[in-house]
Design a protein around this ligand. Structure first.
Ligand code: ADP
Length: 312
């Protein structure tokens, strides 16, 4: 597979605050790389460095085989960047917004017109092309921002948390159009703190925390360790510390976390013990009001590697 991007030993500090520590990762042609991490992990800083808005303190970055430092303009012409802060003009039409950004990449008249229409159609805003973004919802503005970043057909599209604070319809639209762009050959870097999104769209995942890469792999590889694990969340009326402790004693219970009247119980799939858990709770005259079950997910990977939840 062709390497589209190589990030090697990158460092970046804001005064004393080290935002990126010795970060290295690669992105291969045609894949969606999910960059997952909680707020403050360093995702935006990394994206700003890739967009050449920020300069790294150390390390080497190659894009399409060229050094980002020495071939900045050549590289930038083939990048599409969707920053976290929506960067559009509120008082000119959606069409003119996209046309403005596309013209910066040298697209000329008829070609430009076609590409702008295509980009607006792609994000589902073709019926709004003459309207002003100031009348748009947050999700529509975000989709317009994406149209501005793709009209010149970038080889590598980089999006920084594009679904934060938007409606579910726009979110679904964005995720499915990114999958479609990938099918059309675009390589994509997608940053988010929502694990479900990378689980849904990423071919490979880099997990970051406090500026460092803490894990990397396909979803399957990252979850391999948890393939034999099941998690039950039980909401129990009348739950006591004694019951919690008795449950911990059952062989095959790997972990129990309590939050008010709910218990999150991790058990091994190999041990057939779920009935023992339920029986114990019923014998103690408690009432289970709700029950959820999940299999291994990236939240567990993160918890195990950092000791904290992704959303803490
Ligand atoms: P993320 O995008 O994963 O939320 P950021 O790259 O925004 O993470 O932040 C990484 C670290 O750098 C955090 O500690 C944050 O407070 C700090 N940081 C980010 N931008 C600036 C800035 N402009 N000035 C100073 N510190 C910053």
């Amino acid at each position: 597979m062709n390497k589209i991007l190589e990030v090697k030993n990158t460092e970046k500090s804001y005064k004393e605050n080290k935002a990126i520590h010795n970060l290295s990762f690669d992105v291969y042609e045609g894949e969606i790389l999910g960059l997952l991490g909680p707020n403050g992990a360093g995702k935006s800083t990394m994206i700003s460095i890739l967009s050449t808005l920020l300069k790294s303190d150390a390390g080497e970055i190659n894009v399409f085989g060229y050094s980002l430092m020495s071939h900045t303009n050549h590289v930038k012409s083939q990048l599409g960047i969707v920053p976290q802060e929506i960067a559009i003009y509120e008082d000119i039409s959606a069409y003119r917004n996209v046309a403005f950004f596309a013209s910066l990449y040298g697209l000329q008249k008829s070609e430009l017109k076609r590409r702008v229409h295509d980009a607006l159609k792609f994000v589902g805003l073709d019926d709004k092309e003459n309207e002003l973004p100031k009348t748009f919802s947050g999700g529509m503005k975000r989709r317009l921002n994406i149209a501005c970043a793709i009209a010149h057909h970038p080889k590598l599209l980089i999006l920084d948390e594009p679904t934060v604070g938007i409606d579910p319809q726009s979110r679904n639209h964005i995720l499915s159009s990114l999958k479609q762009l990938k099918e059309m050959g675009t390589t994509i870097i997608y940053t988010t703190h929502y694990m479900e999104e990378v689980e849904e769209i990423a071919d490979r995942i880099v997990i970051m925390d406090k500026g460092r890469k803490i894990a990397e792999g396909t979803l399957h590889e990252l979850l391999e360790r948890y393939k034999d694990t099941l998690i039950y969340r039980l909401y129990i009326q009348g739950l006591t510390l004694d019951i919690e402790n008795q449950l911990r004693m059952i062989q095959g219970v790997e972990n129990i976390e309590r939050l008010e009247d709910s218990l999150t119980i991790t058990i091994s799939k190999k041990e057939d013990i779920f009935h023992k858990i339920i029986l114990l709770i019923i014998q103690e005259n408690c009432h289970i009001t709700k029950m959820e079950m999940e299999e291994g997910n990236l939240e567990m990977v993160f918890l195990e590697l950092t000791g904290k939840k992704l959303r803490d």
